[in-house]
Ligand binder design. Structure first.
Ligand SMILES: NC(=O)c1ccc[n+]([C@@H]2O[C@H](COP(=O)([O-])OP(=O)(O)OC[C@H]3O[C@@H](n4cnc5c(N)ncnc54)[C@H](O)[C@@H]3O)[C@@H](O)[C@H]2O)c1
Length: 250
């Protein structure tokens, strides 16, 4: 089966909830061993139930190089080399025009959404180089392609991660490492309910913008992330897969 991850080790950031958690569940079901990274410890117990007792959970802020060195390096040394990295975690940035946002809010978006992906990639690429293979999947957004009002930091970092993907893909193609982006449309996760108040309100506000007539589910994104991680995508690198229900086709 092409969508088989048996024998692979996958590291997923932002795995405690939403899209990262759905990707963790689907990679586990496909046979991968998991190193799950998140700054929140709330769901570790249920994640272990969903993803197996062997799952390794690392509590860390991915934008903090010192924390990563102290907390993630031991986990990397104790586990088999990482075959698949999913840079999924992103900061929740308050909506507002640049004149209404603080420097700290801008810098937080950059340091989680871009620097976090840089730091994690830098940590696992040597392992992938030693293996002679690997896949890095950067979770971007439809808002890396088009913009919305009041979201300059988010849109900027999501556009940035698309270019990060292309540049990193070129640097490591000869190492056998594929680097791809996956751009979701609006997906019903805790992030969306936090922005809109409730899932119902999020649907009311957004649904009509989606040609397929619904918002995404985390599992829609997980299915695409499984495809990109697997041998079914063996000739795909340096590009982006939009999983947005047709939003950006309009
Ligand atoms: N939900 C959507 O509508 C949507 C749409 C497009 C793109 N995306 C992207 O998909 C990804 C996942 O989104 P989601 O909706 O599941 O998000 P979410 O906010 O529901 O979950 C994000 C997870 O990342 C963790 N996290 C955040 N900052 C972190 C940090 N500094 N260090 C470690 N962990 C951190 C959080 O604790 C949380 O568990 C993000 O990159 C997001 O930008 C989401």
């Amino acid at each position: 089966m092409l969508n088989n991850l048996k024998g692979k080790t996958a590291l997923i950031s932002g795995a405690a909830q939403g899209i990262g958690r759905a990707i963790a569940r689907s990679y586990h079901a496909a046979g991968a061993r998991l190193i799950l990274v998140d700054q929140s410890l709330d769901s570790v117990k249920t994640l272990k139930e969903e993803c197996g007792e062997q799952t390794c959970f690392v509590n860390v802020d991915i934008s903090d190089a010192e924390q990563l060195e102290a907390n993630l390096t031991p986990a990397l040394n104790q586990n088999k080399p990482v075959d698949i990295l999913v840079n999924n975690a992103a900061a929740l940035t308050r909506r507002g025009q640049v004149t209404e946002l603080s420097l700290d809010e801008w810098q937080r978006a950059i340091s989680v959404n871009l620097t976090g992906a840089f730091l994690l990639s830098r940590m696992v690429i040597p392992q992938m180089q030693a293996l002679g293979s690997g896949v890095i999947i950067n979770i971007a957004s439809q808002l890396g392609h088009v913009a919305i009002k009041g979201a300059v930091p988010y849109c900027t970092t999501k556009g940035g991660i698309l270019q990060f993907t292309r540049a990193l893909a070129l640097d490591h193609a000869e190492d056998g490492i594929r680097v791809v982006a996956l751009s979701p449309g609006a997906v019903l996760t805790p992030r969306l309910t936090e922005i809109y108040g409730t899932a119902k309100e999020a649907e009311k506000a957004l649904k009509t913008a989606y040609p397929l007539g619904r918002l995404g589910e985390a599992e829609d994104i997980a299915k695409a992330a499984l495809f990109l991680a697997s041998d079914a995508a063996s000739f795909i690198t340096g590009t982006d897969l939009l999983v947005d229900g047709g939003y950006s086709a309009q």
